[in-house]
Write a protein of this length. Structure first.
Length: 465
């Protein structure tokens, strides 16, 4: 452990009288503690051992960390709640882990301008509830919304269940304050409803996984709080029929607030975990929701389309309590699949809606080929599938087959005209696949952007490409 690093982190910059240095309790050096910051939630992703973990509380402290890192040429890995699924927050060997969870203030909620100004460590659910109290709505809702942070959501351009109607995180980030690799502070974007001044650097940082700069403040767009949604559940005798229903719903001009699909493997796993009594003969369960002024009428129209597509049973909820009950199975999906074997690899392949049935059929073939349990739950309304490979991590052969099946699923997604990630990011897990998707010229241009912002390659090195 280098005393120089710790001493410089504790000291302020010259002439600052130590005001921008880190207090002792913001610097973690105990290996038993720092090792707990080495990984996010992804499988098969290498991680190094951090030299130190720092937890700044102010923008000035973040700037000080970056100036110190630049002076000593030490890599910095930004982190939020580490709920990511691609290894994007994994530590590099000997790095400074820069955890932003202590910067967790909601600085402003403005109902007139319909914006919120927040620090990166604010938990998604905390912000959502705070704006709801003022009759406003922050739509992005990743499955980990009770624990994931806004900074992490921005870093990975997170999605969620409501994307089919409201879009992903990128649609709600109006402006950012960003600490660059050399410690300079830059502001991007705007507070206004419109603005087209210069290159859209704000959008460039969204999804950059901390590789271009450290987001220390965000201006987020809000919407008026919609009416309480109602949910419908439709059971199908085949995944193809359920996917046909999705196509009919979207083709018919309907705008559901949620349109989710679970395949038979996922349904059985949920039944085994929670004893929900879903029929074992169900091959696919489709959940649709509307938060319109007359959701019951919308559900009736969509229910008719589901029946026309071959649904064996359609169950519309009559109130919020019934709606939440119907959604419970979907919320339990990943937990239930993890219980099948103890370890999962969660893929994140997004395909055109018209290719959704081909994707599910292909995943079935891959599962049979490798002798594995692979369940699929999907944000069906936007084609974002989450094939989840269940395996025993203690079995080397099963781990190998899991990894190979994961790769084949991503290859299938590209063959169907899709993308390797719709909301989880690239991180370590999908570096090779990003290069395949965007091609050599795309990689060259992305590396040029990285070099412009981070010429020493100190920020989250080894991620993306």
């Amino acid at each position: 452990m280098s005393r120089t690093l710790i001493e410089l982190l504790r000291e302020g910059s010259e002439g600052s009288e130590g005001s921008d240095g880190l207090p002792a309790d913001a610097i973690l050096t105990d290996p038993d503690i720092t090792s707990s910051y080495a990984n996010d939630m992804a499988s098969f992703c290498d991680a190094g051992t951090p030299a130190v973990v720092v937890l700044p509380r102010t923008v000035e402290q973040v700037q000080h960390v970056m100036r110190t890192a630049t002076e000593l040429r030490i890599p910095v890995v930004p982190q939020g709640a580490r709920t990511g699924l691609s290894g994007g927050a994994n530590a590099s060997e000997g790095c400074i882990v820069l955890s932003l969870v202590k910067m967790d203030r909601i600085l402003e909620i403005n109902p007139v301008d319909r914006i919120a100004v927040v620090e990166p460590g604010v938990v998604n659910a905390t912000l959502s509830r705070a704006v709801n109290e003022q009759g406003l709505y922050y739509p992005p809702d990743p499955s980990s919304w009770e624990t994931c942070t806004i900074g992490g959501n921005i870093g990975t351009a997170s999605g969620g269940l409501c994307c089919v109607k409201y879009g992903v995180t990128a649609e709600y980030v109006l402006g950012l304050d960003v600490v660059l690799a050399d410690g300079r502070l830059m502001s991007t974007g705007r507070r206004t409803a419109k603005g087209v001044a210069g290159y859209d650097l704000t959008r460039l940082f969204v999804g950059s996984e901390g590789s271009l700069g450290i987001v220390v403040r965000a201006i987020l767009a809000l919407k008026p709080q919609p009416p309480q949604q109602l949910v419908l559940a439709a059971e199908f005798g085949s995944a193809k029929d359920a996917c046909d229903a999705v196509c009919k719903i979207m083709e018919g001009g309907h705008v559901p607030s949620l349109l989710e699909l679970m395949d038979r493997t996922t349904i059985k796993a949920v039944n085994a975990l929670a004893h929900m009594g879903l029929p074992e003969t169900t091959e696919a369960l489709l959940l649709a929701a509307f938060d319109t002024p007359d959701p019951a009428a919308d559900l009736a129209a969509v229910g008719a389309l589901c029946e026309a597509a071959g649904a064996t049973q359609v169950v519309p909820a009559e109130d919020a309590a019934e709606s939440e009950l119907l959604l419970q199975a979907r919320r339990l999906s990943l937990t239930a699949l993890e219980a099948v074997k103890g370890t999962t690899m969660i893929d994140d392949v997004c395909v055109p809606r018209s290719k959704l049935a081909d994707m599910l059929d292909g995943v079935d073939r891959i599962a049979d080929k490798y002798g594995l349990t692979i369940g699929v739950c999907a944000h069906a309304g936007d084609g974002n599938t989450h094939p989840t490979v269940c395996f025993d991590a203690a079995d080397p052969d099963e781990g190998r087959r899991a990894h190979e099946s994961f790769d084949e699923i991503m290859a299938l997604g590209l063959e169907l005209g899709g993308t390797i990630t719709g909301e989880h990011g690239v991180g370590v897990l999908k570096k090779e696949w990003l290069a395949r998707e965007i091609g050599p010229v795309g990689v060259e241009m992305q590396r040029a952007v990285k070099a412009a912002f981070d010429p020493l390659s100190l920020l989250n090195p080894g991620k993306l490409f």
